[in-house]
Design a protein around this ligand. Structure first.
Ligand SMILES: NC(=O)C1=CN([C@@H]2O[C@H](COP(=O)(O)OP(=O)(O)OC[C@H]3O[C@@H](n4cnc5c(N)ncnc54)[C@H](OP(=O)(O)O)[C@@H]3O)[C@@H](O)[C@H]2O)[C@@H](O)CC1
Ligand SMILES: Nc1ncnc2c1ncn2[C@@H]1O[C@H](COP(=O)(O)OP(=O)(O)O)[C@@H](O)[C@H]1O
Ligand SMILES: [K+]
Length: 457
């Protein structure tokens, strides 16, 4: 939830409950986690002037009542409201942040969702030093110094763990927030949340039944052109992702690949158009290794004209560029775009967070967009958003995007649509990467996709 949505959810609760009681609950939740991590060590609680600081004073009180040695350092006294009341309920001394001495356990309650501008150099350096000197640091709601709605860096330290209150905010999963939050924990503080943006979750996929055959499970066509290896990776991933039948359409009928991979020879774009007339086809993937030549462009146009669900990746996206909206808006069959940051920038220039910009491209094209990266954002035409953060950074190797495109084509072929298909694909991709361990090549990623799928049926 964004800062504004969070405030609205809080306001709704405050209509039937005092803000003080909600803050007591939040502070108590933080204290529970802090005590768990402190394991008896001395604690320094740093508190800011707003409600994040209010939570911090509550936390400090609970930790001290629990028998821990607690000191509190403040940056600006709370002026009014619940935070000021919590400050007065803390009976110990409060030193200025500038006088704070590091302690083994640090609780960071300087700023949360109210951070509106970058932290100044002084407090930023002080906080960073205190975090570095601590054995363990726990941030309340957000590491102090992140823009809540985008995850942009406002000078936040990298802490050991962050306890998100009531709901995850975009900063927990996007941009600089990805690395600054450490382990992200979520506290239920009885503020009801209804979010149409969620973390990507493991899909539940139906295994084939007695009535299934290779066509009913979905036939995928992958289009091969300039770099055959890339299209082959996508085709193999479609097989591993559960498609019943995968055809690689290309100029060389004897190119490599597993025996189960069917090859269809296409010379010109007309051949592809003719192939794509078959109503046995359940989805098409084009773009991995497509190239940017005349022939590539002609093949892309044939694919765009087909009546089947279509996954557009790699060079297909670069070829569409700023014209993506014009080419796609009238397409009737489901379409997915899977840009990485560079391809995205070639198609669309938007403002705001990665979520906002991804939704912007959805609006522009009418397609489901899977915007890749360490913070993968999926957005659909109904406004639904899924974010997958924390996938293995070993995915940053050539060809893993081709594998994702193939996995997505397989989900489209099994009948999944929109965000659900993309969510299933990124989950399988991330899980396969985690099963593959360190330093894998994209080929090995494919080899683990079936095991990932096994966890979903
Ligand atoms: N409402 C509730 O009961 C509940 C709230 N909850 C908690 O409240 C948190 C949100 O609280 P919040 O809205 O008070 O904002 P918060 O993050 O404390 O900071 C605001 C202060 O910081 C200041 N400031 C901003 N940027 C600055 C900068 N760069 N450098 C210096 N100052 C800067 C800003 O000043 P101003 O911008 O007005 O100058 C203002 O004084 C939320 O994260 C959660 O922890 C939960 O417990 C649930 C119950
Ligand atoms: N540092 C990272 N952490 C997690 N996932 C990453 C990281 N870097 C890349 N990825 C993922 O790896 C894949 C790379 O795709 P892409 O850039 O299209 O590669 P290629 O074009 O070589 O296939 C995407 O799914 C992306 O989300
Ligand atoms: K904080």
């Amino acid at each position: 939830m964004t800062a504004a949505e969070m405030r609205a959810a809080e306001e709704a609760v405050f209509r039937r409950e005092r803000q003080l009681d909600v803050m007591e609950r939040a502070g108590a939740a933080v204290a529970r986690e802090a005590a768990r991590f402190a394991t008896g060590r001395p604690v320094l609680v740093v508190a800011g002037p707003g409600n994040n600081g209010g939570d911090a004073y509550v936390c400090a009180r609970h930790l001290r009542q629990g028998g821990l040695d607690v000191s509190v350092a403040a940056m600006g006294e709370p002026k009014a409201g619940a935070a000021a009341e919590m400050w007065s309920r803390w009976e110990g001394p409060v030193v200025s942040l500038y006088e704070a001495r590091p302690r083994p356990m640090l609780v960071d309650g300087l700023f949360g969702t109210g951070m509106t501008r970058p932290l100044e150099r002084g407090p930023r350096a002080l906080l960073a030093d205190l975090v570095t000197a601590a054995d363990f640091s726990l941030s309340i709601d957000l590491p102090s110094g992140l823009e809540t709605d985008s995850g942009a860096d406002f000078g936040a330290p990298r802490v050991s763990a962050t306890l998100a209150l009531a709901a995850l905010k975009p900063a927990h999963v996007l941009d600089a927030g990805l690395e600054r939050c450490g382990h992200v924990l979520l506290a239920d503080i009885a503020i009801p949340v209804a979010a149409h943006r969620r973390a990507a979750a493991r899909p539940r996929l139906a295994p084939p039944g007695a009535g299934d055959h290779k066509y009913s499970r979905g036939m995928v066509v992958a289009v091969e052109c300039a770099m055959p290896g890339a299209a082959r990776l996508a085709a193999r991933a479609a097989m591993a992702g559960g498609a019943g039948y995968v055809t690689l359409a290309g100029a060389d009928p004897r190119g490599g690949g597993p025996d189960a991979l069917v090859r269809t020879r296409i010379e010109a774009a007309e051949d592809l158009a003719e192939l794509l007339e078959s109503d046995r086809i359940a989805s098409v993937v084009i773009g991995p290794g497509l190239g940017r030549e005349r022939r590539s462009e002609a093949l892309l146009k044939a694919a765009l004209a087909c009546p089947h669900p279509l996954v557009l990746d790699g060079d297909a996206l670069t070829l569409l560029g700023r014209q993506a909206g014009r080419w796609l808006r009238d397409r009737r069959a489901p379409t997915w775009l899977t840009p990485h940051a560079g391809e995205f920038a070639r198609m669309f220039e938007g403002e705001g967070s990665k979520i906002d910009r991804t939704l912007g491209l959805v609006l522009e094209t009418g397609a489901t967009v899977l915007h890749k990266g360490a913070d993968t954002v999926i957005a659909g035409t109904d406004g639904a958003v899924r974010v997958l953060a924390g996938a293995s950074p070993w995915l940053s190797t050539a060809g893993t995007g081709d594998v994702l495109a193939g996995l997505l084509a397989a989900q489209a072929a099994r009948g999944l649509r929109g965000v659900a298909a993309a969510e299933a694909a990124v989950w399988l991709h991330a899980r396969a990467a985690s099963l593959a361990g360190p330093a894998f090549a994209a080929d090995a990623l494919v080899d683990h996709a079936a095991a990932a799928l096994g966890e979903c049926v």
